[in-house]
Design a protein around this ligand. Structure first.
Ligand SMILES: Cc1cc2nc3c(=O)[nH]c(=O)nc-3n(C[C@H](O)[C@H](O)[C@H](O)COP(=O)(O)OP(=O)(O)OC[C@H]3O[C@@H](n4cnc5c(N)ncnc54)[C@H](O)[C@@H]3O)c2cc1C
Length: 401
């Protein structure tokens, strides 16, 4: 059994849901596949959301609930499922989930985002869920009035420490840099420095987590003098960056050496009709607003792709008559003259289907048939190119017909 959609979005974070809003609003039959029980992506794992334009008073999870309601309003369907493979067979894309469910779509938007980076420190895996955490919103209340260690010093580490300080007794931030140097923005650093519950251990890294069943100690090493100190604590939170969720895409779309999906400015991957948006793609600013912008761009491009391909399949590939396809542009007089000439040749009466392709609007079709100069004339029989004439002369056209 498989279900068919116009567009399937892989991942229900802000990028995926923004894409779905645009796609379903333009009447594309749209499905979002999300591996987690709750949609919302990373914003579901933190609290504050102070920089989403036009929404000054909200929380990260409330904003994500609104994204979902908005997508559902226009008819987007949501299914739970971890995508395990994506197969691209021209106009048909086949998606298979871990449970073996199969979905088919004309176009796909990859919006699988990123996951917290694991450092592979001794004890990190053993104590996961027993004091080791990567999510402040999910776990903060479990550490009420307890002492915790935070690893990391970027924006996320500092923001999340400030949030955690509302619950815990004491936070020790392990910072690899010299005293007073952090990767977070200045305004966040100042807030953390002023917070009575946050202490800093500079020039240091976390070396090991110890305990009997639950986290009890963090072993911290000073990278300048090699000295090791054991800190008593009940939890360790890691905020040390994220890695893209793209394992299932290896060999399917082009990835960077760090596993991000390579895209054009229009969110196109190297596979026609497959787009990548948000944190999963190779870009500089990873925020909810940029994720949502990517999502909108991809949905608009996908709509154009589907229209272009459907027209091509219905009128050329599946045509019972040979097709004469003229590639033209309104900015090229020679190509306009060719169109007039062909229109006067009563091609339908001669057993042909006459198709005009504006190269500006139909970039994918033009690229696929290597149309570099206009006018170009293609004769297509049973979906295959039988002849190609570039800047054809009258005589050549007569011979072709
Ligand atoms: C602690 C922290 C604080 C932040 N604070 C802010 C902030 O204040 N403002 C701001 O604008 N940005 C903030 N960000 C960044 C912002 O959250 C991200 O840029 C944004 O969530 C990216 O959205 P996305 O949809 O691309 O990816 P994600 O949010 O990562 O969503 C991806 C979704 O895809 C799903 N998925 C993954 N793999 C699969 C699969 N194989 N099959 C199906 N589903 C899959 C995931 O479960 C997830 O729901 C913060 C990030 C962090 C970590």
């Amino acid at each position: 059994m498989s279900a068919n959609y116009d567009l399937i979005v892989l991942g229900g974070g802000p990028a995926g849901m923004a894409s779905a809003i645009y796609s379903s609003r333009s009447r594309l039959n749209t499905l979002v596949l999300e591996t987690k029980r709750k949609t919302g992506g990373q914003p579901g794992t933190y609290h504050d959301m102070e920089n989403y334009p036009g929404v000054p008073e909200t929380t990260a999870s409330e904003l994500m609930e609104n994204f979902r309601t908005h997508a559902e309003k226009f008819g987007t369907e949501f299914e739970r499922g971890e995508v395990k493979s994506l197969e691209v067979n021209g106009f048909e894309k086949v998606i298979t989930t871990k449970k073996g469910e199969e979905y088919r779509a004309k176009s796909v938007v990859i919006a699988t985002g990123a996951e917290p980076r694991k450092l592979g420190i001794k004890g990190e895996e053993e104590f996961k869920g027993k004091g080791v955490s990567y999510c402040a919103t999910c776990d903060a209340d479990l550490f009420t009035d307890l002492d915790i260690v935070v690893v990391g010093n970027g924006n996320s580490a500092v923001e999340e420490s400030i949030y955690l300080s509302k619950f815990v007794n004491k936070i020790t931030m392990i910072v690899i840099h010299d005293e007073g140097v952090m990767d977070a923005e200045k305004i966040l650093q100042e807030k953390a420095m002023e917070n009575d519950k946050i202490e800093f251990v500079w020039n240091s890294v976390l070396e090991e987590i110890k305990g009997e069943g639950l986290v009890e100690k963090a072993v911290v090493k000073n990278i300048k003098n090699g000295e090791k100190t054991e800190l008593d604590c009940n939890g360790v939170f890691f905020f040390v960056g994220r890695v893209p969720s793209t394992d299932f895409l290896e060999g399917v779309v082009d990835l960077t050496e760090h596993g991000y999906v390579k895209t054009t400015k229009q969110m196109e991957t190297n596979q026609p009709g497959v787009y990548a948006v948000g944190d999963v793609r190779d870009k500089v600013v990873r925020q909810v607003i940029t994720a949502a912008g990517d999502g909108a761009t991809a949905a608009v491009l996908a709509q154009g792709y589907i229209e272009e391909e459907e027209y091509w399949h219905n009128h050329v590939v599946n045509s019972d008559k040979p097709a004469l396809v003229a590639f033209w542009s309104v900015t090229d007089q020679e190509s306009m003259d060719l169109i007039s000439q062909l229109e006067g040749m009563e091609l339908e009466d001669k057993g042909y289907k006459f198709i005009k392709i504006d190269t500006y609007k139909n970039r994918l079709i033009s690229d696929r048939y290597d149309v570099e100069e206009i006018p170009t004339l293609l004769k297509i029989e049973s979906g295959e190119v039988a002849s190609k004439l570039v800047k054809p002369e009258k005589e050549k056209i007569k011979e072709l017909i």
